[in-house]
Design a binder for this molecule. Sequence first.
Ligand SMILES: Nc1nc2c(ncn2[C@@H]2O[C@H](COP(=O)(O)OP(=O)(O)OP(=O)(O)O)[C@@H](O)[C@H]2O)c(=O)[nH]1
Ligand SMILES: [Mg+2]
Length: 303
Amino acid sequence: MAEDTRAGFVALIGEPNAGKSTLLNQMVGAKVSIVTHKVQTTRARIRGIAMRGDAQVVFVDTPGIFRPRRRLDRSMVKAAWGGAQDADIIVLLVEAQRGLTEGVEAILDTLKEQAGKTPVALAINKIDRVKAEVLLGLSEKLNAAYPFAATFMISAERGYGCDDLLDWLAAHLPEGPWLYPEDQIADLPMRMIAAEITREKLTLRLHEEIPYQLTVETERWEEKPDGSARVDQVVYVSRPGHKGIVLGKGGETIKAVGQAARAELSEFMGRPVHLFIQVKLRENWLDERERFTEMGLDYKDGD
Ligand SMILES: Nc1nc2c(ncn2[C@@H]2O[C@H](COP(=O)(O)OP(=O)(O)OP(=O)(O)O)[C@@H](O)[C@H]2O)c(=O)[nH]1
Ligand SMILES: [Mg+2]
């Protein structure tokens, strides 16, 4: 074992839609965490692993931090702060065009109480969307509001500034042995990745509150002798009217979702997948402990 290796956890926190999952995927070089243009896409902590020289950087993608209303929302926000607390370094993502919002101020207040000795780096994201002049002022304002250990201007989507950020993180992690095998890129069971991919396709196709009222679970995973896999999933919806909407006219919505999810899952695994999705009404799923456990959330956190 090399003596001068480094390793540790880097928590990505920020408001919903700041680009945390996009950044995790960019750093890992593969799509590990789902991304949509909608807020509150990520529901639990998702680990993605990047190697940089002698350092292993374990990124922890977290749900966006917002003012929670439902049990699920409260569990998500707790999971985000839990990720920050367990991390060696915290990266706060702030959207360049939105700037120092009330939501960001609230996050800074909690960081002041809770970050303790954990260094917090600022990453101003989506710089491709604003003029350069805006960035300097925003960086000054944010640095006046919180003693960040470093500031980076990035585009998680295009990769701008991401190398510098990764270099800095790698250099600031504690010395120690790597935490995962060198070639591992994610720490999430395959059945959960599969469920997340389907939930992404549903979120992209369905409108208004429907994506927030459903969950996807992989119920069965069967390896076939020919190297393919059969995957059975259930979409739970909480309202009687939602089942028909998720299915679509003549089942066309769920069919399109299934095709898109199957294509992505097959590509991720590098082999064929046969995906079967059922839609079930389960009015109380948002109050069921087992559903939270399946998502990787702690039910008690919602109390
Ligand atoms: N233009 C631009 N868009 C970006 C960039 N990074 C992320 N996005 C977009 O911002 C949206 C939200 O990205 P996500 O990565 O899902 O954001 P998130 O912070 O994980 O969101 P939650 O999981 O809901 O908290 C998506 O449409 C991304 O494509 C960027 O650097 N530039
Ligand atoms: Mg996310």
